[in-house]
Design a binder for this molecule. Structure first.
Ligand SMILES: C[S@@+](CC[C@H](N)C(=O)[O-])C[C@H]1O[C@@H](n2cnc3c(N)ncnc32)[C@H](O)[C@@H]1O
Length: 229
């Protein structure tokens, strides 16, 4: 266990998220206007990843740490027919469940929300296979060992030819260290720490790209496409 692992607390992070509004502003930490750029970056990444069949629709995706379903609505519903949701905060999960019906975000593609699992991803045991498992701004809430276990489970839950996509902030610490944020009890990892996590989980990086177009005061955000090695 690293010294930061000892500080990470699921109880504290859930207390933080339960106090956050169920809005795009809440999901984006006060930068709602960059949600569109984020979604465009993710869609471009997926279409490069699927360069041979970019327009064909995947059967099933999962949105991990989905919040109110911003990624499901903007990205995954344009990519897959059915999207399962994993989100521990019930008020967010309830809103994600409503996507495509009323309330919620209205910008859904043709995909629909399938099963909604109201739990932390550390407690999620996938019950079926997925063509794409999207994990965005959520792995920082897990200790190293939990993150590795979660990635191993996700790797085992991929259908033939499927991918895990991880999209996370990267630490810019001058001495190249992971940084703990006590506000939401999360760790911002370095690129090297993420790659070490992936390797420990038996995953290889098939493609990776920095998100472009975010304000310079924010952490750099990197996308990784992963498959069992
Ligand atoms: C910054 S929001 C991102 C939401 C969504 N991924 C997006 O990009 O719009 C972080 C989300 O992670 C969720 N979260 C916190 N701890 C988690 C855990 N242990 N497992 C899964 N999700 C978690 C929070 O409830 C919150 O919805």
């Amino acid at each position: 266990m690293t010294s930061i692992d000892a500080l990470i607390s699921q109880k504290d992070s859930l207390a933080y998220w339960n106090n956050i509004d169920s809005t795009v502003n809440g999901m984006m930490g006060g930068y709602p206007h960059i949600s569109r750029v984020d979604i465009r970056g993710s869609l471009n990444f997926i279409s490069k990843l699927r360069s041979r069949r970019p327009k064909s629709i995947l059967s099933r995706a999962a949105d991990i740490g989905a919040g109110i379903g911003r990624v499901t609505a903007g990205v995954l519903s344009r990519t897959a027919s059915t999207i399962d949701i994993v989100e521990p905060v019930s008020k967010f999960a309830d809103q994600a469940r409503q996507l495509g019906s009323d309330g919620g975000l209205t910008t859904m593609g043709d995909g629909r929300v399938g099963q909604v699992y109201v739990c932390g991803v550390e407690d999620w045991i996938p019950e079926r296979k997925y063509d794409l498992i999207w994990i965005q701004w959520c792995l920082g809430h897990l200790k190293t060992e939990q993150a590795v276990t979660c990635l191993v489970r996700c790797g085992e839950a991929l259908s033939e030819g499927g991918w895990i996509a991880v999209k996370e902030n990267l630490s810019t610490n001058v001495t190249g260290e992971d940084v703990f944020d006590e506000l939401d009890s999360s760790v911002t990892r370095t690129d090297a720490s993420y790659r070490a996590l992936f390797m420990s989980a038996g995953l290889k990086v098939c493609m990776t790209e920095l998100q472009k177009g975010f304000p310079s005061e924010l952490f750099p955000v990197r996308m990784y496409a992963l498959r069992p090695s």
